[in-house]
Design a binder for this molecule. Structure first.
Ligand SMILES: [Zn+2]
Length: 666
């Protein structure tokens, strides 16, 4: 998902500026035509092991916002040990009351939460091959999980087919799912089996209670989902529309199929309109659709352009988008705080529309690029979000900045408006906390961060900065090749951070543990400073030389000043991350010289001694701004008459201003 800097109350206020006061009435929608394309672009064989497969028939009661459904789960034991218990996520129960783990952890991030109109899910019946197992269904200590004791173990390679009936009550839209008025975003809505992880012979279930900082983790499979909704509703869903038929009582049933995905989401709303375009990828085209209400039509066009561009770039840089359709839902303004900026396979929601998002102020585009990007970083490369959130959010964030630069220009990727220009990465660096000051390392499980702000900044911004720093160190083109190799090797699997690091090291042909260890496992960052920078008049050595008859006194007369200077610069790094650093030295005659401190994992200081014809006047650490991970303050130091180095802009405020100028200056 995307993390919004705007509180929900402000989003709601902005919503009114765009959309309040509209009268409308729902009318019967034309029956949609099936998409007529296979669920995988061009058909073709399974891309994934297809461990967890779902057939769901669901009916939406739009008045009560309740879903009744039957579900058949076909699950295969792909491990090497028998399985006698199946754990399930019941994510909607996170929104059942204030005692759930989700709600308790949600309050710690001080965002709005429901005070009524709670959400829940209840499994009404469970059966296996006709035998009723409902009594064997046990709620977890936190009701967002439950488990089923099986009458007989499933042996390795064996498959189980489980029938469930369930009722799901959507909450008023909140934390990625729910309704607002007639708008419904139906996410995390069905009983979903956990994932078995770990080495052969020691597999364990991964099925944790839903925590406010954590997202999702599931096995790939095939979804065949029939949705019965009022005929006045427009529907969008994961996958392709296979059939659409009118049903009794002013309803219709739409059946979708999705292959090699690990989740299924749908949206139903009476007022959405669709625009579409095409993205070209190396082996074909992808139909891109944006659904938005009419008052957001101007933004829909911007989201469409961003989505088309993003699909093309992510496909070219990593692996081609494998499905025929990508849908972007632009939620209504009064629902965007809860429903906007969330990713699912082949369908994402966006946000960023507001009266302030003028063309050239690219928050709407950024959100779309970010959510579309998640179809690679978690959709295709299905890492464990609760345990390693950085592996999708942070890697995606790094890639998003590059995609934005590609689509909108390197200097204007975030802002190009009224003469103001800014790049995404520079803006991010200017506005987030010093990465070295975060109290939890990047490689922390999402639920173990000290607070929501640290989770967000470490997972998103610090990870993106770390990857950008590494990219500069190894060279952008080599890094791009290595990241592509990672995507190709781990597509439709469950990569871990270790897998990413090993792939990068192998592909780059070097040991990078000196970087990965401190950056991911420790708190702290790159804390650079100038300890001393001073110049003395140069002359031959003076003093007493030799002994006895050869003893000779050399004074300033014998060894006069040569007219040049011996300058000494001591640069320090008091952080935990040590990387090669460039220094630019500027002299009184305006000439400059570069030196490099090749500090890879050792040393907290380095001394440079240089003789020049004019004295040193300024030292600039990291003049090319390559160290995105460094503390975001000015690294430009002026040398005063006494040889002391001081920040060029002495006051902290001025230092921040300098960084901002780097971020937003032309
Ligand atoms: Zn995200």
């Amino acid at each position: 998902m995307v993390r919004s800097a705007l509180p929900a109350t402000l989003v709601a206020a902005l919503a009114c500026l765009v959309a309040c006061g509209r009268d409308r009435s729902a009318h019967v929608q034309p029956l949609p035509k099936p998409d007529g394309s296979p669920a995988l672009r061009g058909g073709g064989p399974a891309r994934s092991p297809r461990i967890a497969n779902y057939k769901i028939d669901a009916r939406l009661d739009a008045a009560t916002h309740q879903i009744t459904a039957s579900q058949t789960l076909t699950w295969t034991n792909a491990g090497t040990t028998p399985v006698d218990t199946l754990p399930f996520h019941l994510y909607l129960n996170a929104f059942k009351n204030e005692s759930t783990l989700f709600m308790r952890s949600w309050h710690s991030i001080e965002r709005e939460a429901p005070t009524e109109n709670w959400g829940w899910i209840k499994v009404d019946q469970v059966s296996l091959a006709g035998a009723d197992l409902t009594a064997k269904w046990t709620a977890g200590a936190d009701e967002s999980v439950a488990e089923l004791a099986l009458p007989a173990p499933i042996e390795p390679g064996g498959t189980v087919k489980l029938d469930l009936k369930f009722t799901a009550q959507l909450p008023e839209v909140f934390a990625r799912t729910g309704y607002k008025g007639e708008f419904h975003l139906v996410g995390q809505w069905f009983p979903k089996i956990g994932v078995r992880v770990g080495p052969a012979g020691a597999e364990t279930w991964e099925c944790r209670p839903f925590h406010a900082f954590s997202e999702f983790f599931a096995d790939f499979g095939v979804y065949d989902v029939s949705l019965t909704v009022p005929s006045t509703y427009v529907v969008a869903a994961t996958g392709v529309l296979v059939s659409a038929t009118e049903s009794p009582g002013g309803t219709r049933t739409l059946t979708y199929r999705a292959e090699d995905v690990h989740d299924f989401v749908w949206m139903a709303d009476p007022y959405m309109e669709v625009i579409s375009g095409q993205a070209k990828v190396e082996d074909g085209t992808v139909e891109v659709r944006v659904l938005a209400r009419p008052e957001q039509a101007d933004f829909a066009r911007r989201h469409l352009d961003a989505a088309v561009g993003a699909i093309q770039q992510f496909s070219a840089w990593f692996v081609p988008y494998p499905w025929p359709i990508m849908t972007i839902v632009d939620p209504p303004m009064d629902a965007v705080g809860g429903a906007g900026g969330m990713e699912y396979p082949t369908l994402v929601t966006t946000s960023g529309d507001s009266v302030f998002a003028r063309p050239g102020l690219r928050l709407p585009e950024y959100v779309t690029v970010h959510e579309v990007g998640h179809n690679w970083f978690q959709g295709i490369l299905a890492s464990n979000e609760p345990v390693e959130a950085w592996l999708d959010e942070g890697v995606n964030e790094w890639a998003d900045g590059k995609v934005m630069n590609e689509l909108y220009g390197a200097r204007t990727s975030a802002i190009d408006w009224m003469g103001w220009q800014a790049e995404v990465a520079a803006l991010r660096r200017a506005f987030v906390t010093d990465p070295g000051a975060l109290p939890s390392p990047i490689a922390s499980a999402a639920f173990s961060f000290v607070d929501g702000r640290t989770y967000g900044e470490a997972t998103y911004a610090k990870t993106a900065a770390a990857l950008a720093t590494l990219e500069e160190y190894v060279g952008p083109s080599k890094f791009a090749e290595a990241m592509k190799a990672y995507a190709q090797a781990w597509a439709f699997k469950h990569p871990t951070g270790k897998d990413l690091f090993e792939t990068l090291q192998t592909k780059l042909g070097q040991d990078l543990t000196w970087f990965f260890g401190p950056v991911w496992q420790s708190v702290g960052g790159i804390e650079l400073g100038i300890r001393t920078a001073e110049c003395k008049d140069a002359h031959a050595p003076r003093g007493v030389f030799g002994d006895g008859p050869n003893k000779k006194l050399v004074t300033a007369v014998e060894a006069p000043d040569t007219g040049s200077y011996v300058c000494e610069v001591v640069v320090t790094n008091t952080g935990t991350v040590h990387v090669p650093v460039d220094l630019e030295l500027r002299y009184a005659d305006d000439s400059t010289e570069r030196v490099r401190w090749d500090d890879k994992g050792h040393g907290s200081w380095e001394r440079f001694v240089i003789e020049r014809s004019t004295p040193l006047v300024e030292v600039w650490i990291d003049p090319d701004n390559k160290l995105a991970l460094a503390s975001p303050i000015s690294h430009r130091h002026r040398i005063d008459g006494n040889g002391a180095a001081s920040l060029r802009a002495a006051a902290w405020v001025a230092s921040v201003a300098h960084t901002l100028m780097q971020a937003v200056g032309p």
